[in-house]
Structure formats: structure tokens, C-alpha cells
Write a protein that binds this ligand. Structure first.
Ligand SMILES: [Zn+2]
Length: 295
């Protein structure tokens, strides 16, 4: 082959190879980079000409979403449960294009958050519920399982998550290991806010009310679905301002706080959940979420 032809062929081969590499060029990242048990996080996949991106994390299958005007970035709001053991966890991402599907694996190191132990005293009926109460508790569990399984297949939140009240939460209230009346240890899977009965409670982000009714432990309880497995739970309320099925926007008043259910006194308990993983709401408010204002 003549030297000129050889260089033409090499050029063509190189161009084809670059094209192939470009088509398969995928990056996977997460924010924040340091994750501890109870952390919410954002998974970000950058992929050229992808048609769908899905993932698996701690046994949960989930889909990624895109922002308008940025076709190459795919996001998912996720997290790791407050009770999860620190260690290495695998994230699997599948990127589909019109011609193939690529599977990528990443190992994410989850550190240990410093949660404290707290003893609490509550009425005995909440520590040793009688058979009648146990029936109510079992029915509540069934109701909650049903509504949690009903999370929308699309993202309902539009931008950041913001606190439900103007007052500051009780520091370190999330993740504490609690003993009730000297027995039964449980992990506190939410954030408690000091709030006199009757304080307006706001939706932390846009979504749909999937539960607004009294429950045994939670008292008057509102659960909002934010889509793609994300929900927020508001407990011990004194009055409902929304009904089940209603759409709400971020900052909309949904209830008045109170001290109903298993509460040591009037306060608001807020839980944030993603596919059954309980996450620190305070960290959720700090998370920089993709939005039209924050591409
Ligand atoms: Zn609480």
C-alpha cells in the first residue's frame, strides 16, 4: 500500500475508533462525595445519546430523569438508610442507547455518622400496646405499605426541598438510638422540630398527598409522595389542611402541628424516605438538586 493510502486508512480507522469510544463514553458520579448512613444523595450519569438510564442500589431498582435543555445528564435522588451498616455498597447503572445497553458498576464507600443514644419516657400504651391497639398498629402498617408502594413513576418535585417550619430542628434528633421507658430500643428515623400546637406546617417540596389520617404511633399523619420513590412524612399533627389525593406545592400549608400519637410533647416529626431508606431531612435541604435554576 502506498504511504498516502496507508495514512488515509489510518485516519479513517482512528476516526471510527473515536466515534465508538464517544458513543460508549459514560461517567457516573454522586453528590455529596462523602456519604454516611442516613445520607440522601444524587446519582449523576453523563451519557452521550442515551435513551434511558436505570440503576440498582441496595436492591432497589430505579430510573434516572433528565433536565430540560441538558440531554446528556441523567439524575436520580436516592440515599442510604440511617440503620445501614457502614461499608462498601455497589451501584449498578444501565445506559441504553438506540443500538446497545451498557452496564457499569461502581463501589461507593459509606461512612459512619455519629448518632447518639437518648432515653425517653412515654405513656405505657405506646411501649406495651394491648391486643386492641396491636390490631390498629397492624392495620396502620398495611395502610402505609400500600401508600408507599403507590409512589408516582415520574418526578413530582421541581426544585430544592425546604424546611417544614421556620424554627430550627432539635439538633442531633435524627438517627438517635432511643429507649422508651427503659426498654425497647429504636432508631429515630426523622427530624424533630420544636413547635407549639397549632404551628403551620409546610410541604417541603411539591407532590401528592397519599395519606392524611390518624395512625396509632404517628398520631395525625400526612405523607406526601414526591415521585420516583421519594416521600416525606409529617407526624403528631393537630389539624389536617389537605386531603388524600391532593396535589401540593413546596411551602404550601398542609397541617397544624400538635402532640398526637407517641409524642413526649407537642412537636413536629418529619421523616424523609426513598424506597424504604430513611434519610436525614436536614441533609436533604442542603442537597444541591438539579433544577431549571441550577442546571
Ligand atoms: Zn420524632
Amino acid at each position: 500500500m502506498k504511504p498516502f493510502l496507508r495514512s488515509v486508512w489510518m485516519f479513517v480507522a482512528f476516526a471510527l475508533l473515536s466515534l465508538t469510544i464517544r458513543a460508549q463514553d459514560v461517567s457516573v458520579a454522586w453528590k455529596p462525595q462523602e456519604i454516611t448512613n442516613g445520607s440522601p444523595c444524587i446519582f449523576v450519569v453523563k451519557a452521550h445519546q442515551a435513551t434511558a438510564v436505570t440503576g440498582t442500589w441496595r436492591g432497589h431498582a430505579f430510573s434516572f430523569f433528565r433536565q430540560k435543555g441538558d440531554p446528556e445528564s441523567w439524575y436520580s435522588l436516592a440515599g442510604i438508610d440511617v440503620s445501614a451498616k457502614p461499608g462498601n455498597y455497589d451501584l449498578t447503572v444501565q445506559v441504553a442507547t438506540s443500538s446497545n445497553t451498557q452496564t457499569l458498576h461502581r463501589t461507593i464507600a459509606v461512612g459512619s455518622a455519629p448518632y447518639k443514644e437518648v432515653p425517653l419516657t412515654v405513656p405505657e400504651k405506646f411501649v406495651r400496646p394491648d391486643p386492641e391497639a396491636q390490631k390498629i398498629i397492624a392495620a396502620d402498617q398495611e395502610t402505609k405499605n400500600k401508600v408507599f408502594a403507590d409512589s408516582a413513576q415520574t418526578r413530582l418535585w421541581t426544585d430544592r426541598f425546604s424546611p417544614p417550619l421556620r424554627s430550627a430542628p432539635r439538633t442531633d434528633s435524627f438517627g438517635t438510638r432511643r429507649t422508651f421507658n427503659g426498654s425497647i430500643a429504636s432508631v429515630h428515623r426523622g427530624l424533630d422540630y420544636r413547635a407549639a400546637t397549632g404551628t403551620p406546617v409546610m410541604a417541603v417540596s411539591a407532590g401528592r398527598v397519599i395519606l392524611a389520617r390518624p395512625l396509632y404511633y404517628e398520631g395525625n399523619c400526612v405523607i406526601i409522595d414526591h415521585g420516583l420513590g421519594s416521600t416525606t412524612i409529617y407526624m403528631h399533627l393537630s389539624k389536617f389542611d389537605v386531603k388524600e389525593g391532593e396535589q401540593v406545592s413546596r411551602g404550601q400549608r398542609i397541617a397544624l402541628s400538635g402532640g398526637t400519637g407517641r409524642a413526649t410533647g407537642p412537636h413536629l416529626h418529619l421523616s424523609a424516605r426513598w424506597q424504604g431508606e430513611y434519610l436525614d431531612p436536614a441533609k436533604l435541604f442542603l442537597l444541591r438538586l438539579p433544577s431549571p435554576q441550577q442546571p
